[in-house]
Ligand binder design. Sequence first.
Ligand code: ZN
Length: 161
Amino acid sequence: MSWTTIWDGPLTVKSLARIQSITAAIHRKTRKGERGECWIWTGTVVKGFGKMTVEGRQLYVHRVAWELANREKIPEGASILRSCSNLTCVNPDHLSLGCQGDIMSSLVARDKWPAAKLTREKVLQIREKLKFMTQKQIAKEEGLNVATIGRIKRRESWKEI
Ligand SMILES: [Zn+2]
């Protein structure tokens, strides 16, 4: 697994030109659907993930796409989670930063890891946060799927608390 980043310092005019050329390289090899749909990488795919060469370095396209869209570096060891099931999707709207291993994160993202990460205390905290935060904000903060938060809110799960 490579944690390589495209950022090597603060944004300057020179680095902005570089970023634009990397962005253009991604767009040239990406098939975009309608608004909100997946952007499918049509370039090199290694073990299911899109890869591209940037200045001689092999990078994961979805990680580069996330860094470009968010203008920040992916922290060491962090993963990029996707809300869709296309491994080659590079639509930044479908990508978000996570802190666990890729496999577990994608399980969380698809909501197939429901009770394991949730404890009674955690659910109570989430209920408390629901009073002043949106479900999306909480999901991001807790590393959970929005649907999971929704079910807690509607008491479809953890209704005994
Ligand atoms: Zn997608």
